[in-house]
Each structure stands twice: as structure tokens, then as C-alpha cells.
Write a protein that binds this ligand. Sequence first.
Ligand SMILES: Nc1ncnc2c1ncn2[C@@H]1O[C@H](COP(=O)(O)OP(=O)(O)OP(=O)(O)O)[C@@H](O)[C@H]1O
Ligand SMILES: [Mg+2]
Length: 407
Amino acid sequence: MNVVTGYDKMSNDISTSTISKSISKKEKEYLSKTKKSGIKKVVLNDGVFSPNFLPNNISHRKQEIEHLLEHFLPTRFQKYCSDLSLYGVTGCGKTLVVKILKDALSEGVENTFYVFVSCEVNSTSSAVCKSILDQIGVKWVGSSVSGYINQIEGAISGKLLLLILDEVDLFLKRRKTNENLIEVFSNWDNCVLVFISNDPGWHDLLKDHRTISRLHLSNMIFEPYDEYDIFDIIKDRAKIGLAETSFDDNLLREISQFTAQYNGDARVAIKLLHRSAEYAEEEEDEKINTPHLNKAIDSLEVDNKLSFIKTLPPQHKVILISIYNASKNFKNPTIDAVYEEYKRLVRYHTEWRKLARHTVEVYINELETYKLIQRVVGKGRGRGKGREPTCIITTFDVKKFEEMLKR
Ligand SMILES: Nc1ncnc2c1ncn2[C@@H]1O[C@H](COP(=O)(O)OP(=O)(O)OP(=O)(O)O)[C@@H](O)[C@H]1O
Ligand SMILES: [Mg+2]
């Protein structure tokens, strides 16, 4: 039995013969669905909606691109240029623009290495160094960061390294000592650093003033897109990813207007376009309509709630799991039932201090403020007999939450 989720391993077992039967059943369903009479596909190319896709056309960033090209041009001649800090709100094209520039600048150049490291994926010093070594074609040996640093230093000796650290704030927040790596690179005359972040105050995370003073930072900001910019971006994406007759300007306008609420995050707009198209396809409609878009917006909310749950402090998470577990037994559990379940969970995890009932209740109130649960106040008068107790209802997608717990 998994203590946290309450899953019973026995009831979760599945035999290989059951899997085979299940595959052949699902195969038949799948084939009958795809064979269905001449229904046209809406999504023609899923790849163009992936976060890693680099489009040929970049709208509304011409000025920024020209400015960056001019800034980095000396590196094509192995000449140093100042380090750069690039920031802007989420989804405003920072990663896309820099990745495209990196590819363009490196073309035909031999003595400058252009390296892009995502600190979201590589959040330790060791992972960053290994990613650099992989990209400059050096096989990393051993397991010490200082060893990797020596390898990088040796490989770029007499050459230039332009190192882009995307989401650098995540790297600095992950571990205090990660700052040391930036200090090392900032000491090298043949290394140009580019930092990308959506936090304009990311430098405050650098605690050592020597590092800050060694960096020769120029700053650049990408302004957020407005709804007209977003319209152009998603129109381009729709043209290369969707069936020509499946969308129109009205739909794209609806998406871009909605995205204005998300500070003009192009990622959100592209996701909504893709999901609405998938819903249209699922419902065997050839054209994407407003109900498909509304469904996509609802599913985005679900995703947002789950991402938010992941960032909750540990005790809030345990209480949420207690509510989820108690819901399985009582449908809409009372606070007493939730607290019983909470006590059961923390008994198995000595690292979690058991909170008093009233504190748990305070946290439950917070979870309600975050709209993850809802309290249904019992009917009846006063506190006495005849009053139904207050129950708790979960308002997040329980199925997806369950999948998240299993991972
Ligand atoms: N000007 C543009 N033209 C075409 N597509 C764009 C443009 N700007 C952004 N996109 C697309 O929007 C999505 C988000 O862009 P990107 O990842 O570059 O944002 P970001 O600024 O790096 O965001 P974050 O701060 O969250 O990392 C990507 O799918 C990207 O292809
Ligand atoms: Mg980015």
C-alpha cells in the first residue's frame, strides 16, 4: 500500500494477458474511429505547436533581432562583446529569438562556440557543464564540476565561447553554490555570457559582488505582445499546422483577445489554438468554433491549477492529499474526516510535523482562497444538534491529480 496516495497495489495489478486483450480492443476502437467516413483532419502538423518548434517567420521582433545581431556580430570574428541580460514576461519570444540568432550567428564560424543551455532542464552546475561539453563536441570525463570546468577551459582556449543561460534565475535559486559557476565563466576573457530571465531583478540572486562587478552587462527588454501581435503569431502557426478551412480570423481574434489576460503570452495562445483544433477533431467537426475554444480554455485552467499545486508548500500538499484521500471514502468529507486522514499520513512521515486541527483548518481556508477546494457550509441553525457539518469539495481535476501523485 502506498501510504501517501492510499493506492492498494493489489487492486492496481494487471496481467500481461489482460494488457494484450486491452490492446486489441483499443486497436479496434482506434481503427474504426480513424476509418470513419471521410472526416477531414484539422491538425495537419502537430510538430509546429510543440514548445521546441522554431518557426521560419518571427513576427514583431524585427527591431530586437537587429539590435541583438549588431551586439553579437563581433563574436563571428572571435571578438569579445559585452555580456547581455535579456528579460521580458513569459511567452514574449526570448528563448525563440535567441535560439534562432544562435543558429544564424554560428553558421560558417569555426572559432567561436555558440552554446545554449536551458537552466530549467539543466539546473545543477554539473548538468550545465555537461551540456556545454556536449555542444562543443567534447566527451565529458569524471564526475567533478571542477574537472568539467577544466575540460571546457581547455577546449575553448584560443577560441571564443558565447554561452546563453536561459532561465538563469531558476539556476541561481536552485542552489546557492550555483553562483560559483557564473563567477568562473565571468572571469574568462574568452567567454561572453547571455542571461535570459523573466525576472528583471535576477541579478539580486547573485550574492557575491565580485561576480556582479566582473560581468559587463548590457540590458535588453522584450516588451509584451499586444493582442494584434498575438493574432499575427497564431495566424502564421495556424497556416502551417492546421487545415486551411478549419479556422478563420474571428476564431484567431477570440484567442488573441483572451490571451491579453495572460500578459500577451504567445505560448498560451498557441496552446489554445492547438487544443481547440484537437477538440474539433475529436468531435469530428471540420471547423474550429467557439465551444471548442471554450473547452480549450477550461482545460488550460485545469493545467494551471495542477502546476500551482506543484508549487504549494509541503504541509498544504499533505492537506490536499488528505482531502483527496478522504473524498474517496466519504464523497464530500467533513473537516474532521480530513483531519483524521491528515493524522494518518503524517504518522508515516516523521519529517512532516503534525499540525494542530485549527492550523489545518487555516490551511484549508487558504486552499479555498486558491480555488482548489470549496467548503459547503452545513445547513441548520447554530452549532448544536440538527446542524449538518461543513463538507469539502475538490475543484481540481481529480483524475489528473491522481496521475500527478503516481508520477
Ligand atoms: N514573434 C514570434 N513569432 C512566432 N512565434 C513566437 C513569437 N514569439 C513567441 N513565439 C512562440 O511562442 C512560444 C513562447 O515563446 P518563447 O518560448 O520564446 O517565450 P519566452 O519569452 O522564452 O517565455 P518564458 O519566459 O516563459 O521562457 C513559443 O512556442 C514560440 O515559438
Ligand atoms: Mg523561455
